[in-house]
Design a protein around this ligand. Structure first.
Ligand SMILES: Nc1ncnc2c1ncn2[C@@H]1O[C@H](COP(=O)(O)OP(=O)(O)OP(=O)(O)O)[C@@H](O)[C@H]1O
Ligand SMILES: [Mg+2]
Length: 267
């Protein structure tokens, strides 16, 4: 337990972080002086137009793209160091499971790689797929595969979850179920989450803060605190406060003026 007198180190701290792809005439600036923080235990969503650099920021935080790390810290360390310390779990739109391994085998992979003890059954139960432990990925629905990917990301008990449109390929009902599942896991474990989504309502429902980015090159356009009570529920989506936050995020995205009322069904 951290002493209350010590300020907790933020999970992610970007300070005027710049990322450029290529060099010379083909150089392309993907992120332009992005400053944002994800506090320990905080749930932050990142929304912005396609190509604004959301995936780039997540990959940089994961230490997956060559960057000198200037202006970016993960638990106070350069991103590569965070990677070595197994501080984060990464979930992307494509679950990326190994087809020749069973569900249990895919989740156990982390243990085999890191040598850390993993209770595979407990993890599968946590995301609601324990009955499918002996199935292969091709025998699962898209939603179940994504649950397995989440279990795999949680296997080494990360302090940070980096999630890049994890529910983007799912139908609306599976997506709603997984949102609630993720909230339950987050409320229990209080991991820090940086969550990329194209759904404004998903961002508002899940987050403590929604960070809105500008079109490319990505900058932070707005950082909106979502002060809805927790635990959150789907029923909240029709409440005036929820609708107001959705309107605010839309306005920050530049797609509509803040004063225009949003129909609740719109996304
Ligand atoms: N490996 C790469 N090499 C060169 N340019 C890249 C590379 N990866 C991304 N880019 C460019 O960087 C910009 C940001 O891409 P990025 O994938 O981070 O956007 P994004 O916000 O995640 O978009 P989307 O919402 O469509 O997933 C885009 O213009 C993209 O073409
Ligand atoms: Mg992306």
């Amino acid at each position: 337990m951290q002493s209350p007198s010590l300020p907790a180190v933020p999970a992610i701290e970007a300070e005027a972080f710049v990322h450029e792809y290529g060099a010379g005439a083909t150089m392309m600036r993907a992120l332009d002086r992005v400053s944002l923080q994800v506090a320990a235990g905080e749930f932050v969503s990142l929304v912005g137009p396609s190509g604004c650099g959301k995936t780039t920021l997540l990959r940089a935080a994961a230490g997956l793209i060559a960057a000198d790390g200037a202006g970016l810290r993960v638990f106070g360390l350069p991103p590569g160091a965070g990677r070595a310390g197994r501080t984060f779990g990464l979930v992307t739109q494509d679950p990326g499971l190994l087809p020749w391994r069973t569900v249990a085998g895919n989740v156990a992979l982390t243990a085999e790689v890191t040598g850390a003890p993993v209770d595979v059954r407990e993890l599968l139960a946590r995301v609601g797929v324990e009955r499918f432990a002996d199935f292969h990925p091709k025998e699962l629905s898209g939603g179940m595969r994504q649950r397995v990917a989440l279990a795999r990301a949680l296997a080494h008990r990360p302090r940070l979850l980096l999630m890049d449109e994890p529910f983007g390929a799912l139908d609306e009902l599976s997506r709603e179920e997984l949102r609630l599942e993720l909230l339950r896991i987050w409320e229990r474990d209080r991991v820090s989450v940086l969550f990329v989504t194209h759904s404004i309502r998903e961002a508002v429902l899940l987050s403590d803060r929604v960070v809105v980015m500008t079109p490319s090159p990505g900058r932070v356009a707005a950082d909106i605190h979502i002060e809805l009570p927790r635990p959150r529920s789907l029923a909240m989506e029709v409440e005036p406060d929820f609708v107001r936050y959705v309107t605010q995020v839309r306005a920050a995205l530049g797609s509509m003026p803040a004063s225009v009322p949003v129909s609740v069904g719109a996304r």
